[in-house]
Design a protein around this ligand. Structure first.
Ligand SMILES: Cc1ncc(COP(=O)(O)O)c(C=O)c1O
Ligand SMILES: [Zn+2]
Length: 433
């Protein structure tokens, strides 16, 4: 079958206030109605409905290029088809030189021993999508790569506010782990300066890697003048207010992270989609699960989406309940204040990468759960620990507790799943310990 060869994305639309942004708008990171005091806006990509016919290419950004927002953006600002492809190849080559790996489809396979241990039949089972060998050791770089492509395309077409490579403003991110490493890897590949805002409790292993990647590491202590919330986020926003480019994995700060994250869902569907009944995705800030959901919607497939949080921090599950009480899980964006607010008690779990006290990108996850008859799962801490142990003993994947937290969700509702079902769990990040 001939691959689909035209850009599919038509524009961006805020899922909170409904504002629209033209696909040809450079640096369209946030909704025009968002402000320094109001980050409760999320732009999402709108697409034409077309057949799902990817190119046969090991690089997902090339295989699914025409379904990506960045391809439509590049076309809209006058970059020819071949040149858009060339930019992706060029950036990927730079990543490969720096990271030793470039973007390649990640493997998905039935975990036989795990499926047996969990009582699945030979028809059913658990399929694991393994992101641990992706660029930067997690899924995060997928989100960041479309942010990078957007910047480079804007620069090449002469529509960025800076006029030469030498004038590029620095990149900025707030993160304590995988996203910081992924962002610093891409920045190093481009020799693009990056300021990384990390908490005082960032691990030695993470700090060492960031240092090796040449990031400008800024350890953020809480200041007396800070309101409640994450001081890293405040320092990050100050850097952006001073001209830095938001280069993180929160759709509320840069919507273009919600573009490339979808490649993971498209890969799953292409590899085993029609056989999948459920997908479990662990939720921190929510960009990851949002992208799984929107990737499915964009091609009209509907395995149940289960957003997994831990009992030590579950603002998304609370938002789902509140949304049902206030008009339904679908289109809950305008009800932000009724549904989503920061987790009051100190978040805690061994899955420490998903302890964002607020799920910034919650709206698309609720939409996707509503569309697929899915629901959130709040895993007990004992299941988070057990899932990590099972992952390490029954699979060959060196996954972190955060990366295997989706499996904790599966353990939690195992008795609701038929043994013949085919379920997908994403092992999203490598264990650095
Ligand atoms: C390995 C891993 N998986 C999943 C997540 C959750 O992604 P998100 O914050 O987009 O919900 C994170 C976030 O840090 C992560 O590091
Ligand atoms: Zn808005």
């Amino acid at each position: 079958m001939t691959p689909w060869a035209d850009p599919v994305v038509t524009g961006l639309r805020c899922t909170v206030c409904g504002a629209t942004v033209g696909i040809d708008t450079p640096l369209s990171f946030v909704c025009p109605n968002a402000s320094a005091n109001d980050r409760h806006h999320v732009l999402q990509f709108e697409s034409a409905v077309v057949p799902f016919r990817p190119f046969d290419d090991p690089n997902p950004f090339l295989a699914f290029r025409h379904y990506l927002g960045v391809d439509a953006f590049g076309a809209a600002i006058g970059i020819a088809d071949q040149e858009r492809e060339q930019i992706i190849r060029e950036l990927n080559l730079a990543v490969m030189v720096t990271a030793g790996v470039g973007f390649t489809r990640t493997p998905i396979a039935r975990a036989d021993a795990l499926s047996r241990a969990l009582g699945f039949s030979t028809d059913g089972g658990v399929w694991i999508k393994d992101e641990t060998h992706n660029v930067g050791g997690s899924q995060k770089a997928r989100h960041l790569f479309t942010e990078l492509i957007h910047l480079v395309m804007a620069e090449r077409a002469g529509v960025a506010p800076w006029k030469s490579v030498a004038d590029r403003p620095p990149l900025a991110i707030s993160s304590c782990g995988n996203a910081a490493i992924a962002a610093s890897t891409l920045a190093a590949a481009m020799k693009w300066p990056i300021a990384v805002h990390v908490p005082t409790f960032a691990s030695e292993a993470v700090l060492r890697t960031l240092n090796e990647l040449g990031a400008d590491i800024r350890v953020c202590e809480r200041r007396d003048t800070d309101p409640p919330g994450d001081p890293c986020v405040y320092r990050f926003r100050e850097a952006v207010a001073n001209g830095a480019i938001p280069f993180g994995v929160q759709g509320t700060e840069n919507a273009w992270c919600l573009d490339g994250g979808r490649t993971i869902g498209w890969e799953i569907i292409q590899d085993i989609g029609h056989r999948t009944s459920r997908v479990f995705a662990q939720v921190g800030g929510g960009a990851f699960a949002s992208c799984i959901g929107t990737s499915f919607q964009s091609i009209g497939v509907h395995p149940k989406l289960h957003a997994v949080q831990t009992e030590g921090c579950a603002p998304l599950a609370r938002a789902f309940e509140r949304a049902l009480e206030t008009g339904g899980a679908r289109n809950a964006g305008p009800r932000w204040n009724d549904c989503m607010w920061a987790w009051e008690s100190e978040p805690h779990s061994v899955a420490d990468g998903i302890l964002d006290d607020e799920t910034y990108d919650w709206i698309a996850i609720l939409d996707a759960m509503a569309d697929t008859d899915g629901f959130p799962v709040v895993a007990s801490e004992s299941n988070v620990v057990r899932a990590h142990e099972m992952a390490r003993s029954l699979t060959a994947i060196h996954v972190s507790a955060t990366g295997s937290a989706g499996l904790a969700g599966l353990l939690h509702i195992r008795d609701q799943i038929h043994p013949d079902e085919k379920v997908v769990v994403i092992f999203s990040g490598i264990d650095r310990g």
